[in-house]
Design a protein around this ligand. Structure first.
Ligand code: NAP
Length: 265
């Protein structure tokens, strides 16, 4: 199969390595391109991807831009209004981030039902995580600095506490869904030691660096820490199950992740 990831800058993306690995594990050889394009050129080039590939993944900032080119949104893509996987023949869009998020937590032994969870950031990823946490029975609070965005997510999903400021109170789990801690904010944590010392578990969706400042502080405080590396892999696993028409299996995904990591080190 001919596959690709399309994004603004995917030159350092782990997607080619992950998907090539997964396809070989599934016994289905593939080629996998990383296509970086300027945001203003996406619309004029979109049809080219439908001609050239059997399926493709979409990443920042094209997860919503691709929707007008599709006939149908399926599953979470319909709920989140964002797509990360496209089946070309059917022109169908899927979103596998939520699956990756839940499997990351499950395989790290993080239970969420009935837990008090603070989500930092209600952007694309934050929104998906909030929905999955609510569906799983967590008691969720969401901090987002952009008031309008916070209210929009609240109107959509409700049943959580919207926060304009972060109170220093205990949470079972704190999840960083902001980009703070990567790129030009490496070494910066979205919240301080005062809060993290009161919490049990910290989860950072960031995977580069592997140990963000947020996780570093939590680790120093003796807390359980989980980074976003396995989420990235599990969302890729789910995407490939969709592309190949396979039923996902959590134990298989975990075994693949372990052997992928071993092969990388
Ligand atoms: P996004 O839609 O751009 O949302 C980014 C969020 O971060 C927004 O809530 C934004 O707030 C907030 N933010 C950014 N800078 C901030 C600052 N200085 N202070 C306070 N809030 C700030 O991006 P996304 O797609 O949700 O991705 C968010 C993070 O998750 C990124 O680090 C991404 O790499 C990671 N991610 C990881 C995976 C994985 O598989 N591990 C999957 C998806 C995303 P405003 O609304 O105020 O700008």
């Amino acid at each position: 199969m001919k596959l690709a990831v399309i994004g603004k800058d995917v030159s350092q993306s782990l997607s080619p390595a992950m998907h090539t690995f997964l396809f070989s594990r599934f016994g289905a050889p593939c080629s996998y391109d990383a296509v970086s394009i300027a945001p203003e050129r996406f619309a004029e080039r979109a049809e080219e991807f439908f001609e050239r590939y059997d399926a493709f993944n979409v990443t920042i900032p094209f997860k919503t831009d691709v929707i007008p080119f599709l006939k149908e949104l399926r599953g979470d893509a319909r709920v989140f209004g964002a797509v990360n996987t496209v089946l070309v023949k059917e022109r169908a869009g899927y979103n596998t981030d939520g699956y990756g998020f839940l499997l990351m937590l499950e395989n790290a032994g993080v239970e969420i039902e009935g837990k008090r969870v603070l989500v930092l950031g209600a952007g694309g990823a934050g929104r998906s995580c909030v929905k999955k946490l609510l569906d799983a029975g967590a008691v969720v609070s969401v901090y987002e600095r952009f008031e309008e965005r916070l209210q929009a997510v609240y109107r959509e999903f409700g049943s959580f506490t919207p926060l304009k400021e972060i109170p220093i109170v205990p949470y079972d789990i704190v999840i960083n869904c902001t980009g703070i801690g990567m790129h030009d904010t490496v070494g910066v944590s979205p919240v301080g030691r005062e809060l993290l010392s009161l919490c049990d578990t910290t989860v950072d969706l960031i995977y580069v660096p592997a140990r963000s400042k947020f996780l570093e502080i939590a680790q120093q405080e003796g807390k359980r820490t989980v980074n976003g590396d396995s989420m990235l892999f599990y969302q890729a696993y789910m995407a490939d199950c969709i592309i190949l028409g396979k039923t996902p299996d959590a134990a298989q995904a975990k075994a693949f992740y372990q052997s992928f990591r071993e092969a990388q080190s």
